[in-house]
Design a protein around this ligand. Sequence first.
Ligand SMILES: Nc1ncnc2c1ncn2[C@@H]1O[C@H](COP(=O)(O)OP(=O)(O)OP(=O)(O)O)[C@@H](O)[C@H]1O
Ligand SMILES: [Mg+2]
Length: 240
Amino acid sequence: MSIIVDVENVWKVYGKIEALKGVSLRVREGEIYGLVGPNGAGKTTLLRIIAGLVKPTSGSVRVGGVDPYRDFLEARSFISYLPEEAGTYDFLTGYEHLLLYAKLYGLGKSSIEYGAELSGLGERLWDFTRNYSKGMKRRLLLALVLMTKPRLALLDEPTAGLDVHASLSIRRAIRRHVEGTKSTVMVSSHNMLEIEYLCDRVGLISGGKILAEGSVEELLSRYNARNLEEVFEVATGGLE
Ligand SMILES: Nc1ncnc2c1ncn2[C@@H]1O[C@H](COP(=O)(O)OP(=O)(O)OP(=O)(O)O)[C@@H](O)[C@H]1O
Ligand SMILES: [Mg+2]
């Protein structure tokens, strides 16, 4: 399988803070790759670097063969990014959000229908988003990011703050999307169980470093663990 994201020894330093300390990872075309680690591990910084929004202090980043920071517009044509803190327009309906994105990206009716389906909002698409729950907003935002069928979607904590049911419906939507489009998704979370359920391959990140990488099965057998939490415990040398 070909490599779509190739990160090689990337450092990001903010003043005295070393947010990333020599991160290397590879994401294969067509997989769901999970970046999992605690608060402050460097997940958002890494996703922003891959999205071309932040310049690494050193190291090399290639996405679909291009440097996403230097060749931002080219990278932008096939990368979609869902920021952790994304919001909606209070006084537009969910459906109007879909129309807005369709206009912005020159998409037709079938994409709007695809977005509507991904949103799972049904009749609620005709409500102002100010009346949506957190889970509904997040689901709409996910639909907006995926409706363009980007070659690579970067989803920063798509289920943060959501209940079990809403998280599950988001995971299902992501899985269905990847299977239907053969596209690639990179997703971050601090929820190990969720990443275990959703992802083909996983990078465990902590303190700006990738501690372990592989498929969930590989990691469980390599660390003789029952779940990713145990892998994480062993990889960090016990609880921090
Ligand atoms: N613009 C910035 N300026 C200064 N420090 C920053 C900046 N962005 C991130 N950092 C620091 O880099 C480190 C990694 O932050 P980052 O947001 O990437 O972590 P994260 O894994 O996404 O955490 P969370 O799970 O809380 O979202 C933290 O110590 C953070 O304070
Ligand atoms: Mg973050």
